[in-house]
Design a protein around this ligand. Sequence first.
Ligand code: GLN
Length: 191
Amino acid sequence: MRIAVLAVQGAFAEHEKMLTNLDVSYIELRKKEDLQQDYDALILPGGESTVQGKLLKELDLFDPIRQQIQGGMPVLATCAGLILLADKVENDEREYLKTLPVTVKRNAYGRQLGSFHTEQEFQGIGVVPMTFIRAPYIAEAEVGVDILAKEKEHIVAVRYQNQLAMSFHPELDEDERIHKYFLDIVIGYNK
Ligand code: GLN
């Protein structure tokens, strides 16, 4: 199994470290030619969605990645990655990949609560640590989207087909269970 980590901006190195700890090989997607390598799944890291979205388009990565996800390739998206996947962004007119039928709100926790840490139940896994950094939350999820975690009343993790997306950063905590959960989706997809 090999995972392609989008590495144009943001917290991609932390996902790579997690994959290394789990003995999973990865490649980095930085330019169009990188798409020609063989890989089984994608990771869209946190960072700044506006910058990542712009770079994806400038580097000609946008359409091929969108097609791969629409074709069923598993994707793990964290924070800015979730914003890139979302069908709609409530407080931003920019449009990105739109493969995940949810509406997100960017920087949804306001200035004072910009970054925080908590622990909440994640369906199918148990209580997991959650680190939020100027995070979005999911304001609305369409029918067919599984809600996997909430923080207070807000949805913070979902799965839709092979897309697993969350507001927080599992790659910044030691707990490996969310990445393992994703790798199980990848294994299921390859069968
Ligand atoms: N605030 C960022 C955005 O809107 C997301 C923050 C993050 O990925 N940690 O894109």
